[in-house]
Design a protein around this ligand. Structure first.
Ligand code: PGA
Length: 264
């Protein structure tokens, strides 16, 4: 088990628009056979983000003290005329208090902006949720050497203001650095690129919130994580876990990622 990490480690499965309820059954039948034999310490959080129909189903059927379920997206208003959206209150009623915010696919296809991520994260933290807020540059932005300025803009415009983040709320605020060009493409960022981006983000967090608060915030990497590349990434000082798409859909490969986190 990792002992060198000061923050919680997240191994988070973003299932996107995959896995019907019967496919979730198959996944967990297989996954749980091995998972139930593992001893998951409280410092490691294993989380799944299924589609909304499967979310409530999985929460009822498979949640346990070591398996957490969360929403892929949550609206920033409590209720109202927002067709197609889901509220924190609806999630809380089924005992869910974890949500992704601002995934690049939400930004790319569904009009998510830094300003809407700002509203979502503030609302969810105020409602007692744990949030994994996604940021990252596009391929074009990286090629134009704009990675740092894009990260800075996403943080300045999308993250909670200093006065809103106490040590307690900061421990419920996680960030996933997901370079858009690495998501679902098989092109993982190199260890060097992850190290550089995570250290830039950590410095920006320290500037914005002060070291005490900034050091509470878990910083995950996402983008073509596999059992082959994860160990080297997770070993980096400033990496506190992974947000995983493709490799989380099969029990075997996701279990390997869990085992890497346990081995440390
Ligand atoms: P990927 O997706 O692992 O398939 O690249 C990661 C994500 O979108 O969170």
């Amino acid at each position: 088990m990792k002992t060198s990490k000061i923050r919680k480690i997240w191994i988070a499965a973003n299932w996107k628009m995959n896995h019907t309820q019967s496919e979730c059954d198959k996944f967990f039948q297989n996954f749980n056979e091995t998972f139930k034999t593992l001893n998951i310490p409280e410092t490691i959080q294993i989380a799944f983000f299924p589609n909304f129909l499967s979310l409530s189903y999985c929460q009822n059927k498979f949640k346990n003290k070591s398996l957490h379920f969360g929403s892929q997206n949550t609206h920033f208003e409590k209720k109202g005329a927002f067709t197609g959206e889901i509220s924190s209150e609806m999630l809380r009623e089924i005992d869910i208090n974890l949500s992704l915010v601002g995934h690049s696919e939400r930004r790319q296809y569904f009009g998510e902006t830094n300003s809407t991520t700002f509203k979502r994260t503030n609302h969810l933290l105020a409602e007692g949720f744990t949030v994994i807020h996604c940021i990252g540059e596009s391929k074009e932005e990286r090629l134009n050497l704009q990675t740092n300025s894009i990260l800075q803009k996403q943080i300045e415009e999308g993250f909670p203001p200093k006065e809103q983040l106490t040590k307690e709320t900061a421990s419920r605020f996680c960030i996933a650095y997901e370079p858009v060009w690495a998501i679902g493409t098989g092109l993982t960022a190199t260890v060097e690129q992850v190290k550089e981006a995570h250290s830039t983000i950590r410095s920006l967090l320290i500037q914005r919130y002060g070291a005490d608060i900034a050091n509470q915030i878990s910083l995950l990497y996402g983008g073509s994580v596999t059992p082959e590349n994860f160990k080297a990434i997770l070993n980096l000082e400033d990496v506190d876990g992974g947000l995983v798409g493709g490799a989380s859909l099969k029990p075997e490969s996701f279990l390997k990622l869990v085992q890497i986190a346990l081995e440390g």
